[in-house]
Design a protein around this ligand. Structure first.
Ligand SMILES: Nc1nc2c(ncn2[C@@H]2O[C@H](COP(=O)(O)OP(=O)(O)OP(=O)(O)O)[C@@H](O)[C@H]2O)c(=O)[nH]1
Ligand SMILES: [Mg+2]
Length: 395
């Protein structure tokens, strides 16, 4: 079943042109306060900003981004997941890994703005990306609490990734609010599944090349390392499951280009919650695919069925675990770099970078290869030891 191997690249079709303006998706409200509200800011304090933008600019945003990203050779990575499912933390942990571990011998830098300077939203979108890569990463690294994302428009974080003696790639990660995907369980007058936001639908339907989609299936919606009512969590997890179903439906309705070359990666996020009370943390924290799949099958059955339906080509749909870090209600817990738990957490970041790097290479027609060579060390030994035990116990 699932592996972390990327799906083979089978090439793409011509970009889908947008219909005339009159048929395009409805515009967003004008004069939105397009940044986070003051009480939800990171303590590091991002710049306060009020953006005014017109319906014309937002109506075409997805299409404009798709065309500009295709021209500039970006591989898009689109994250989906409800509130508190771990989207922002995943991005922060990925960027932090490259910024803070020189042994990975990989450069990372924010690219120039994706949209041309003539585009009314170019500077605004880029400021958000810069704020993320600079201030939010700094706050995460320093153990500050990550606020809930509350933006008016989705935005991409364009990155130049330059591994030592390997081809550089450009990846652009989409950041947005969890609410956009939440099923409307309490409103019987509305359809259960929300439609894609217009900019997102526009982007997904227009981007001519392969896209990588990351679907967050949180191990828990609660704050890890804090006692809370588990009944509440069951409901939230069901919503997280349904949210992925809604996204798959929206994808089905709008994506035609390069469908067979897209990749759909379900990530069981906050995997450290799985081993919170384990006696030997390091061993239990390591990704054990059979446990991950068992958890996903029990808690995300509808998502799995929907993802199997849209990712039919071999290797298009995968399931893995992810851990952004040991994060408490106060923020990231810092561990000494040689600590065995820290090394296992690093391995989640490294594996995801490798999978994304391969995707970016293949979308340029280059052969797949790892970006990060994983050091031989304790995690591998733990795995081998587990395999021997499994073999001896006949499981
Ligand atoms: N222990 C632990 N906590 C995590 C992990 N990933 C995320 N969290 C915590 O879970 C909460 C939600 O994470 P976010 O990354 O903000 O989730 P999100 O999907 O961006 O949520 P919205 O912005 O509301 O859409 C935060 O308190 C994070 O610190 C993880 O791997 N381990
Ligand atoms: Mg967020």
């Amino acid at each position: 079943m699932p592996t972390d191997e990327p799906a083979p690249f089978t090439g793409g079709n011509e970009p889908k042109r947008l219909p005339p303006a009159t048929d395009r998706p409805p515009a967003l409200p004008l004069s939105a306060d397009a940044n986070e509200s003051a009480n939800q800011r990171s303590p590091a304090g991002a710049a306060t900003e009020t953006a005014e933008y017109s319906s014309d600019q937002t109506r075409n945003l997805g299409y404009d981004l798709a065309m500009a990203m295709a021209d500039q050779g970006f591989h898009p990575v689109v994250l989906f997941g409800t509130n508190s499912s771990g989207k922002t933390s995943l991005l922060l942990s990925l960027i932090t890994a490259l910024k803070t571990r020189p042994r990975l011998r990989t450069g990372i830098a924010l690219s120039a703005p994706i949209l041309s300077s003539k585009h009314g939203l170019s500077a605004f979108q880029h400021r958000q990306a810069k704020d993320f890569v600079d201030r939010k990463v700094l706050a995460f690294k320093n153990g500050e609490k990550i606020p809930k994302t509350n933006v008016k428009l989705p935005f991409f974080i364009p990155l130049e990734i330059t591994p030592h003696e390997k081809p550089p790639v450009r990846l652009a990660f989409m950041e947005g609010n969890g609410e956009w995907y939440s099923p409307r369980r309490d409103d019987a007058d509305q359809e259960l599944f929300p439609e894609f936001r217009p900019e997102l639908e526009n982007f997904v339907s227009s981007f001519p090349g392969p896209i990588t989609f990351l679907y967050m299936a949180p191990r828990t919606q609660l704050v890890v390392y804090k006692e809370q009512d588990p009944a509440h969590d069951t409901d939230e997890i069901q919503s997280a499951d349904l949210a992925i179903v809604g996204v798959c439906r929206a994808y089905n309705a709008c994506r035609t280009n390069s469908r067979d070359a897209d990749k759909h990666m379900m990530l069981v996020t906050k995997w450290d919650a799985h081993s919170v009370r384990a006696a030997d943390r390091a061993e239990e924290l390591e990704e054990d695919l059979s446990q991950v799949i068992e958890f996903a099958e029990n808690h995300y059955p509808e998502s799995i069925a929907a993802l199997r339906d849209i990712g039919r080509a071999s290797g298009q749909f995968t399931i893995n675990a992810y851990c952004a870090g040991l994060i408490t209600d106060k923020g990231l817990r810092r561990l000494p770099p040689n600590d065995s738990v820290a090394q296992i957490i690093d391995s989640y970041h490294d594996r995801l970078w490798n999978a994304l790097y391969k995707r970016a290479l293949m979308s340029q027609g280059l052969p797949a290869r790892d970006m990060i060579e994983r050091p031989k060390g304790p995690p591998a030994i733990v795995q081998a030891f587990k395999r021997i035990l499994n073999f001896m116990s006949g499981s």
